[in-house]
Design a protein around this ligand. Structure first.
Ligand SMILES: Cc1ncc(COP(=O)(O)O)c(C=O)c1O
Length: 340
């Protein structure tokens, strides 16, 4: 764990608001709109993992991913002028769908900048939800810079996917629901892109289950947050991952300020580990997961020191065509293994 005196500092205006009371207040707003999601255990998955595993199902959210909680929390926190002017962000998909869905419900105009090559189905879903889509930039970093420009030119509120307290608090509500029902957990694996979900897990764990370990899981092909956590310094690393939800090229100061003191460990998995976990979610947990939604399972399975009972979060089910085809391949391999 990085020592606290070298941690990147969150922007001053956001430093004090990330605490458990704020998570509780945010959950009041979020739960008025989004019902609690289910959490189940599956015998085959427990056998594969060698420990008892609770799977929290965020894939059943209306947008198919946990990110919708952040969008709902953000809209609830906007002032009247911000609501009128609208919001702008950059995203490869699930954060975008989140703001589009919540914006449509709250009558707040939403603009989303997506990088060229963002998953077509996710972009179509954002448009279908009524948001304006602007395709600009080769990477997420380029798209974020363009979103900042648009916010200045058009007067919209810029929403960072990571450096935004309302979003982190919204994502923390996943873990509030989880820990309220499962106080005995010894380990929770949380997927990391910007780190907003994992930061939310730490905020809740600190109060409801202080003995439980929170372990971040990131793709080794997009390890910016991992590098920042290790070094205590901001990091930018070009993303090469196939896993769209984890394709983030830079660390975020706000989430790192929580992860630095909160994560007990941080595991890197490769994209093939994640693809295998997508297959296992399908065959062992009756669940269609996208890569990012299966990353916490991938982390659990490569962790030699796993301690149960543990929890993973299926953070999203918006699998792209390659991920869907990969499930077919792993299911065939599994079938062969069972029949030999
Ligand atoms: C399904 C899914 N899981 C996990 C993540 C990573 O979450 P975070 O950016 O909060 O670290 C994302 C990010 O978009 C996602 O879409």
């Amino acid at each position: 764990m990085a020592s606290t005196d070298t941690l990147p500092q969150a922007p001053a205006a956001t430093r004090t608001v990330l605490d458990f009371d704020a998570v509780l207040r945010t959950h009041e707003a979020v739960s008025r709109i989004l019902p609690e999601t289910p959490a189940w255990s599956y015998p085959l998955l427990n056998a594969e993992a060698g420990v008892d595993v609770v799977v929290k199902h965020e894939n059943v959210q209306p947008t198919g991913a946990f990110k919708v909680r952040g969008g709902v929390a953000l809209m609830a926190a906007l002032g009247p002028e911000e609501r009128r002017r609208g919001v702008v962000t950059a995203s490869t998909g699930n954060h975008a769908q989140s703001l589009a869905w919540a914006g449509a419900r709250s009558e707040v105009p939403v603009t989303v900048v997506v990088p060229e090559g963002a998953p077509a189905r996710k972009v179509a879903a954002v448009r279908a939800l009524g948001a304006r889509v602007v395709v600009e930039g080769e990477t997420m970093c380029d798209s974020l810079a363009h979103a900042e420009d648009l916010s200045l030119v058009e007067g919209m509120r810029m929403v960072s996917p990571g450096d935004e307290p309302a979003i982190v608090l919204g994502h923390a509500t996943v873990y509030l629901e989880l820990f309220r029902r499962h106080r005995d957990l010894r380990t929770v694996y949380a997927p990391v892109g910007s780190g907003s979900g994992a930061a939310g897990a730490c905020l809740v764990r600190d109060v409801l289950a202080p003995e439980c370990w929170v372990i971040g899981v990131q793709s080794s092909a997009a390890p910016a947050a991992h590098r920042a956590w290790k070094s205590g310094q901001p990091a930018t690393v070009h993303s090469r991952t196939r896993v769209a939800g984890l394709a983030v090229g830079a660390s975020f100061a706000l989430t790192q300020s929580v992860l630095g003191r909160g994560l007990n460990d941080f595991i890197l998995v490769d994209d093939d580990d994640i693809q295998r976990a997508v297959g296992l979610m399908s065959t062992h947990a009756h669940t269609l997961a996208e890569g990012a939604g299966a990353a916490s399972l991938a982390g659990l399975l490569v962790d030699p020191a796993r301690r149960g009972p543990c929890a993973i979060v299926c953070t999203g089910g918006n699998a792209d065509d390659d991920e869907l085809a990969g499930i077919g391949r792993s299911a065939i391999t599994d079938e062969v293994a069972l029949t030999c």
